[in-house]
Design a protein around this ligand. Structure first.
Ligand code: IPM
Ligand code: MN
Length: 356
């Protein structure tokens, strides 16, 4: 009997619905070819959930995701909901679902496609061959620390990491490094923050169990600079929630567009697969978004959550082929394009190549 998987689908806001549509198209194409079946279950999160249910993260969604083999997520947020109180904003829905699913490890690969070498704002010789895995802690740090409060004349957040939180994300990073070039750069701000000193010491402890992996440490300000100066020095970057958020956006520009970078948010149970970009309300509904980050996230889902490695490889190869043939969405349209295509056309092309 062929494998059947249940996939939670969260389209969200802005360009979310458009890019998810294309990822589903590609998933359907490869599942037919590789002989497995995907059953989709749609769930609400973000602004659309606020509009329909009054809250950004309905209970039904929390219950629903737990019954899935994996969840594919588009993007949330937009100006319509910007003035709501923090806990009612779409972003709270995303943070809440990450926490509820326990997806503490966010893997954000930044690779540079040779075909897009001219799309980056950096010189080709600096970025050719870049292959970085950012391992971002996702359910702790200043995003979730208590106490937190917005008062009239002051406001505060708390940056806190427990030993358990640092240990488990470090283990993920070391395990990944073992499959790669065996180098980890742990990024912190240990020259200023106690929480970073603690992070550094805890990562050192974990490293003792991985004698083959070379561990280095870097302050986050320097890391931001080094990513732009000489990105090839990095293999795995291990870092906390807010530093990882910022550094992964910076790393995305090595590849030419934030519209290209996928991510996998994993933990001890169901994983969440999402592009690193946001909902891009300015271009929503125009059919011009780049679906490749979401299609790549679907590929990560097949590989990490479902073990369907061959299908994942098909998708990755199809993306490369589409780029090689010169198909470009608008965001990367100025660079060696043979044809500028819409979001849906890009999905069609990748689906076609992936199913051959
Ligand atoms: C990301 C996003 C989110 C984050 C926002 C939308 C809450 O920027 O996934 O990188 O900060 O984690
Ligand atoms: Mn971000």
């Amino acid at each position: 009997m062929s494998n059947r998987y249940k996939i939670g689908i969260i389209r969200g806001d802005g360009i979310g619905p458009e890019i998810i549509e294309e990822a589903i198209k590609v998933l359907d194409a490869v599942s037919v070819n590789e002989g497995f079946t995907l059953k989709y279950e749609e769930m609400l999160l973000g602004g659309v959930a606020i509009d329909e249910t009054g809250v950004p993260l309905p209970d039904e969604t929390i219950k629903g995701v737990k019954k899935c083999d994996a969840v594919l997520f588009g993007a949330i947020g937009g100006p319509k909901w910007d003035n709501l109180a923090r806990h009612l904003r779409p972003e709270s829905g995303l943070l809440g679902i990450r926490k509820a699913m326990g997806t503490f490890a966010n893997l954000r690969p930044a690779i540079v496609y040779d075909e897009l070498i001219n799309a980056s704002s950096l010189k080709p010789e600096i970025i050719k061959g870049v292959d970085i895995m950012v391992v971002r802690e996702l359910t702790g740090g200043i995003y979730f620390g208590e106490p937190r409060e917005l008062q009239k004349d002051q406001a505060f957040n708390t940056m806190i990491y427990t030993r358990e939180e640092v240990e488990r994300i470090a283990v993920v990073a070391f395990d990944i490094a073992m499959q790669r070039d065996k180098r980890i750069c742990s990024v912190d701000k240990a020259n200023v923050l106690e929480v970073s000193q603690f992070w550094r010491e805890t990562v050192e402890e974990i490293s003792k169990g991985y004698p083959e992996v070379e561990l280095s440490h870097m302050y986050v300000d320097n890391a931001a600079m080094q990513l732009i100066r000489e990105p090839k020095q990095f293999d795995v970057i291990l870092t906390g929630n807010i530093f990882g958020d910022i550094l992964s956006d910076a790393a995305s520009m090595l590849s030419g567009s934030i519209g290209l970078l996928p991510s996998a948010s994993t933990g001890n149970s169901v994983g969440l697969y999402e592009p690193i970009h946001g909902s891009a309300p300015d271009i929503a509904g125009q059919g011009i978004a780049n679906p490749l980050a979401t299609i790549s996230s679907a590929s990560m889902m097949l590989r990490y959550a479902l073990g369907e490695e061959k299908a994942a490889n098909r998708i990755d190869d199809a993306i490369r082929k589409a780029l090689k043939q010169g198909y470009r969405t608008g965001d990367i349209g100025d660079f060696d394009a043979v044809e500028i295509v819409s979001c849906a056309q890009m999905g069609d092309i990748v689906a076609k190549y992936a199913s051959k």
